[in-house]
Design a protein around this ligand. Sequence first.
Ligand SMILES: C[S@@+](CC[C@H](N)C(=O)[O-])C[C@H]1O[C@@H](n2cnc3c(N)ncnc32)[C@H](O)[C@@H]1O
Length: 192
Amino acid sequence: MPATRLPHDAKAGPTKPEVRAVTVSKLGLTETDHFVEVGSCTGAVTVEAARRAGRVTALERSPEKLDVTRKNLAANGLADANIELVAAEAPEGLPADADALFVGGSRNFKAVLDHAVETGVARVVMNVSRLETAGRAVEAFRERDLLDEVVQLQASYGYELAGATSFESENPVYVITGGAGDASADRGGVGA
Ligand SMILES: C[S@@+](CC[C@H](N)C(=O)[O-])C[C@H]1O[C@@H](n2cnc3c(N)ncnc32)[C@H](O)[C@@H]1O
């Protein structure tokens, strides 16, 4: 896969490359999938998902940020890909035929998860950085029988200090994974 270029920036993004790698892996995207994203912001995840999924719908409540998504998709040669960009605050605007859903923005997340259950989304991944929101999100997955696992990721980046290598740490991110239906074993779920 080519490296993801993000020449256009937006507040609250981008998701770090290491977190994107795990997120996209958990989503298990294939070329027949309709991938849906809530909160595309810089489009960092949108770009990587669009290289794997057959169809993409990206929702972003901020029209300015949606424009950043659009520009970064173009910067990665994906301007003509099968991607629909929707300026809406989910659950408004969510399609009913998603195979894989990534919740990158947490507003209304319970209603978003309700929609995932109602429409039988096979793979759902939600990334959360704030502890309290992570706790509520895990509960919401569990209450809806969506939960497979929770992974806490924390990357530290090495930099040179006095001729040696020291590390600068990023905030941890909670990657909550699951899905509707009986596909837990296929997703490698551990029944968290
Ligand atoms: C943490 S950022 C996502 C970062 C993104 N994954 C990236 O790499 O740039 C969260 C984004 O979700 C958007 N958002 C939050 N809740 C939303 C909702 N219910 N519907 C649509 N967008 C939402 C916010 O406007 C914000 O741009």
